[in-house]
Design a protein around this ligand. Structure first.
Ligand code: A2P
Length: 275
């Protein structure tokens, strides 16, 4: 499986398609992550708040032991939760221990939480950890323009990644443009719009034209715009389906048609969250 690689602003290569693990908990998580790596996913996205770092780490370690991938080939991502902005080093060590890994490829600040007013010091702490060698790259999630600009001005560090809610129902073109201008790669969480846009007649029609499924067409929409989608599924057939997106090309007109599905965000507004 030939997943394209994107180069982050610190020179690190990152597989352009990742496997999301939000809501994959308990007995669902381990087999899904094992299957994903066995099938060819190399980028796995978790977070402290998902409550599945132990299972993700065990699946990664077992996949390596089984010869499905080497640690070098894998790109493992986790995130600092909102209640530990004041202690990023402690939170990071806890995540590393739960994952049972020697290092993390990318550590992300999960939400800016503007009411807490701690994202500057949290990100400075993350930059400090990066210098120590147990994390390769650092970035943010859910950062809106004002927070992103302030973060860069005050810390002098440009995040490698901004992981935001992004799908044809909520394409966030202005934020995508700003990320690009700043040299930040935009990652898409809930890339399938949590399944809601798959049944749209436009998606179904374009899928039929290409002999693909609606999910594959939506994921292709992300890939062709240079985004990094992180689809998740607990089902083996869908895990495989979501990987099989590198043998067809959408036209510019089809990308525009899908982008016109714009229906608003599904998740919380980062300027308000948490209330
Ligand atoms: P499931 O885990 O039961 O397969 P998003 O990544 O946008 O948040 O969407 C995830 C949702 O989409 C999950 O409910 C997942 O359900 C479902 N999903 C994932 N892949 C596919 C697919 N290829 N076709 C249909 N639904 C999918």
């Amino acid at each position: 499986m030939n997943i394209p690689s994107i180069t982050l602003n610190d020179g690190t290569p990152m597989p352009q398609l990742g496997f999301g693990t939000w809501q994959l908990v308990d007995e669902q998580c381990y087999p899904a992550v094992r299957k994903a790596i066995e099938l060819g996913y190399r980028h796995i996205d978790t977070a402290a708040i998902y409550g599945n770092e132990e299972e993700v780490g065990r699946a990664v370690r077992d996949a390596i032991a089984a010869g499905d991938a080497t640690r070098d080939e894998l790109f493992i991502v986790t995130k600092l939760w909102n209640n530990q902005h004041h202690e990023p080093e402690v939170a990071f060590q806890q995540s590393l221990a739960r994952l049972g890994l020697d290092y993390i490829d990318l550590y992300l600040l999960h939400w800016p939480c503007p009411k807490q007013q701690q994202y500057i010091s949290a990100f400075e702490g993350m930059a400090h950890i990066q210098g120590l060698g147990t994390v390769q790259s650092i970035g943010v999630c859910n950062f809106y323009p004002a927070a992103l600009i302030e973060l860069i001005e005050k810390t002098g560090v440009v995040p490698a990644v901004n992981q935001i809610e992004l799908h044809p129902g909520f394409p966030q073109f202005e934020l995508q443009k700003l990320d690009k201008e700043l040299g930040i790669i935009t990652e898409s969480w809930s890339p399938l719009g949590q399944g809601k846009i798959l049944a749209e007649p436009t998606t179904v029609r374009i899928a039929q034209v290409h002999g693909k499924t609606p999910a594959q067409v939506i994921l292709r929409w992300h890939i062709q715009q240079g985004l990094v989608p992180l689809p998740k599924s607990a089902h083996n057939d869908r895990i495989a389906e979501n990987l099989n997106i590198f043998d067809f090309q959408l036209t510019e007109a089809e990308i525009a048609e899908l982008s016109a599905l714009d229906s608003g965000r599904i998740g919380p507004d980062p300027m308000e969250f948490p209330e």
